[in-house]
Design a protein around this ligand. Structure first.
Ligand SMILES: Nc1ncnc2c1ncn2[C@@H]1O[C@H](COP(=O)(O)OP(=O)(O)OP(=O)(O)O)[C@@H](O)[C@H]1O
Ligand SMILES: [Mg+2]
Length: 216
């Protein structure tokens, strides 16, 4: 018997996304399939819809037409959306959208606690993730007091700690110096997750991804 190909982990079919009714749609009749262990680059000029697409893929923006599929099933109910958000992690383009707790450690532990880990487990996993990104020294800092690049790295930690099946990364190397960028590259290279990476950093995409989706 021939083996059935598994469905994509994440897919869009005939997607129509409009944010401003007086402007043309940002995505129109848009199709996408992201298969397990694929690492895909998302490129396109400023304003071409990369962030919009990532927000749509995690169910934060509504589809006017078409469907979002997670593991082959349409995302329709609140329960579907909750399962999608457990399986897919988004690192926002603006770290201030990601960080809201009194300390960095609290922010990183928030996800594991939400997944039902004990506070000791959540703390241990969070400290390990911060150490992996060379951020241990920031654990007790207030997130709003960090530099732009530090915030970006902490944002990445808040998502990596949850070990989602799919990582959606929106400009993960913006504001980073060479050393921090290399650390991000190293962490992502070592991660077995399926990834969709929006970036203008072509060297990063060249090093990490095997194909590109181009918008605009
Ligand atoms: N909340 C909103 N309301 C109306 N239009 C919006 C909204 N958010 C974004 N847009 C518009 O949608 C289009 C796509 O924006 P988006 O942020 O997805 O682009 P992008 O490719 O991520 O750009 P960049 O490279 O600058 O991050 C732009 O024209 C933008 O002005
Ligand atoms: Mg963007």
């Amino acid at each position: 018997m021939p083996q059935e190909t598994p469905p994509p982990l994440l897919a869009l079919r005939e997607a129509l996304v409009t944010l401003d009714p007086s402007a043309p749609p940002i995505l129109e009749d848009f199709h996408l399939s992201l298969h397990s262990e694929e690492r895909v680059g998302l490129v396109g000029p400023v304003g071409s819809g990369k962030t919009t697409l990532l927000l749509t893929l995690i169910g934060l923006l509504p589809l006017r037409h078409g469907s979002l599929f997670h593991q082959g099933c349409p995302v329709r109910t609140k329960a579907d959306l909750a399962a999608l958000r457990r399986g897919v992690g988004l690192v926002f383009q603006n770290p201030d959208d990601q960080l809201f707790s009194p300390t960095v450690l609290d922010d990183v532990a928030f996800g594991p606690l939400n997944l039902g880990r004990s506070s000791a487990e959540a703390r241990a996993e969070s400290l390990a993730t911060l150490a992996q990104l060379n951020l241990s020294h920031l654990a007790q800092r207030q997130p709003h007091s960090l530099s732009g690049g530090q915030k970006r790295l902490v944002s990445l930690a808040t998502v990596l700690v949850m070990r989602p099946q799919v990582l959606l990364l929106d400009e993960p190397t913006n504001d980073l110096d060479v050393r921090s960028r290399d650390m991000v590259l190293h962490a992502l290279t070592a991660s077995p997750r399926t990834m969709l990476i929006a970036s203008h950093d072509m060297d990063l995409l060249h090093a990490l991804t095997t194909r590109r989706i181009t918008l605009g």
